[in-house]
Design a protein around this ligand. Structure first.
Ligand code: HEM
Length: 187
């Protein structure tokens, strides 16, 4: 009887240890790997000092996008193939009024933040069709063609290179821009 009890106890120990092994071998419930957005690749939500506003912080991704946007606006402003679309903006800037430039910079930056996956910003400007329809947006001088859009992409690449964006990221931003072609091109 004593022997039987010992055998049973030994069996129990083995069974318990086997169960433990089984538990250990069970694949842990997979935690979803957060997908890296283009916004993350551009710097994401890490807070850094804003070089344009002393004492203020800005998300690194937004700073990267704003740098590309502002650089591109300057390239376009100097491009005779595109700058005739922006008479109101250029007249304002020439007379020292930067309010329209600042609004465009903010709206374009918000647009690209949202389009690349940022969570902390919203785009509050016109939708892409209305923004590029001279009847609805008088700051847009004429309708853009596919060739104008292609030139916009050329200027965007130049603007992005000027601020040191890698070719790989420029390619990814280019894909985001391409999604707007159907709304922007209205000629
Ligand atoms: C053929 C190429 C394009 C031309 C000629 C063009 C022209 C313009 C003009 C003239 C404005 C008004 C600027 C002002 O405030 O005075 C504007 C606004 C804007 N554009 Fe474009 N654009 C082009 C392509 C694009 C693309 C590809 C995007 C987006 C990826 C874009 C996004 C915007 C946004 C977000 C605004 C601001 C709208 C607002 O303030 O409500 N544009 N564009």
């Amino acid at each position: 009887m004593k022997k039987l009890a010992l055998i049973l106890m030994a069996g129990l120990v083995v069974a318990t240890s086997c169960k433990k092994d089984d538990d250990n071998m069970t694949t842990p419930t997979p935690t979803p790997t957060p997908t890296m957005t283009l916004y993350d690749s551009l710097g994401g939500t890490q807070m850094v000092a804003d070089p344009s506003a002393s004492g203020q912080m800005i998300e690194k991704g937004r700073l990267g996008i704003r740098s590309v946007v502002d650089s591109t606006i300057f390239v376009i402003a100097a491009d005779p193939k595109l700058n005739s679309f922006f008479p109101v903006l250029l007249a304002e800037v020439t007379s020292g009024n930067l309010s329209g430039f600042q609004k465009l910079s903010t709206n374009l930056t918000d647009f690209f933040c949202v389009a690349t996956g940022a969570k902390n910003f919203t785009y509050k400007g016109l939708n892409m069709k209305d923004a590029h329809d001279p009847a609805k947006h008088p700051r847009m001088n004429g309708k853009a063609s596919n060739a104008d859009f292609d030139q916009f992409v050329v200027d965007l690449v130049a603007g992005a290179k000027k601020v040191g964006l890698s070719d790989q990221l420029i390619g990814q931003v280019g894909k985001v821009v391409e999604t707007t072609r159907g709304d922007v091109v209205q000629k």
